[in-house]
Design a protein around this ligand. Structure first.
Ligand SMILES: NC(=O)c1ccc[n+]([C@@H]2O[C@H](COP(=O)([O-])OP(=O)(O)OC[C@H]3O[C@@H](n4cnc5c(N)ncnc54)[C@H](OP(=O)(O)O)[C@@H]3O)[C@@H](O)[C@H]2O)c1
Length: 236
């Protein structure tokens, strides 16, 4: 990654307040300055303090990425070298039990926010001739399951969006990667779910690191990571 005008590249991470986004922030903090986006400002501030202890300068932006106007106002024109589109929601329930609000929220956060956030940040990358857009997809982007009508639909969208965007901007020096994890131990799942067998958020963060740290001429476009049983303790 070519450095920004600052001494360190800048990474913008959506959904950085918890779960996988929090882990990505910690993973990138030693080598990047960070812009952290989510709705919960107090959680963002706590993540920022952890990242600053690892050497990053951090800007927190409390914003709902469903809101096109707010997202454009807050993000347009920011210098961003690495964009991690991570914010996402999941409501796993049979179609006939799903409310219109649950349907629209998943489409708004998992699909429409990709437009709002990427549209604000990508022009600067293209103008500078370098950058990386990394999107957290899911194995649900090529699988189906009962209760997944909307969630799997949104993640199938992510796969088409990511590959098409990659083809559009790679000749401008901008890489597009999609990381597709299997199940990850986060609060995306309802309380009471057995999560002991799942991937850890840090595993997904390491996959993001692998994608964005590839040599300049090599693009890791699609990277699938899955849990392997038995779950192994993480090396310190
Ligand atoms: N967990 C898994 O098994 C799994 C597997 C494959 C892929 N994924 C994907 O990984 C991504 C992260 O999921 P996670 O497991 O880390 O979930 P999580 O722990 O529930 O975290 C979701 C993050 O998204 C943010 N977010 C949600 N709605 C938002 C909105 N309207 N505006 C701004 N930020 C919003 C949340 O922040 P606030 O609430 O503070 O706004 C939070 O930081 C998602 O795209 C998910 O689909 C997860």
């Amino acid at each position: 990654m070519t450095p920004s005008a600052n001494s360190r590249p800048v990474a913008l991470i959506t959904g950085a307040s918890r779960g996988i986004g929090h882990a990505i922030a910690l993973r990138l903090a030693p080598k990047h300055d960070l812009i952290l986006v989510a709705r919960d400002e107090s959680l963002l501030m706590a993540v920022a303090a952890e990242c600053e202890a690892l050497g990053a300068s951090v800007q927190c932006i409390a914003a709902d990425v469903q809101n096109a106007l707010v997202t454009a106002q807050r993000l347009t024109g920011l210098h961003v070298d690495v964009l991690v589109n991570n914010a996402g929601v999941a409501v796993m329930k049979p179609f006939l039990e799903m409310t219109a609000e649950e349907w629209h929220r998943q489409v708004d956060v998992n699909v429409n926010a990709l437009y709002h956030v990427t549209r604000a940040v990508l022009p600067g990358m293209v103008a500078r001739g370098h950058g990386h857009v990394c999107i957290i997809g899911s194995t649900a982007g090529r699988n189906t399951f009962v209760g997944g009508t909307c969630y799997t639909g949104t993640k199938h969208f992510v796969m088409g969006f990511a590959e098409s965007l990659m083809l559009e901007v790679r000749d401008a020096g901008v890489g597009v990667s999609v990381i597709t994890p299997g199940s990850v131990d986060t609060d995306l799942f309802p309380a009471g779910t057995n999560r002991t067998w799942m991937l850890e958020p840090q595993n997904v963060a390491d996959a993001v690191g692998f994608a964005i740290e590839a040599p300049p001429h090599m693009l890791v476009h699609r990277l699938e990571v899955r849990p392997l049983s038995p779950k192994r303790p993480r090396a310190s």
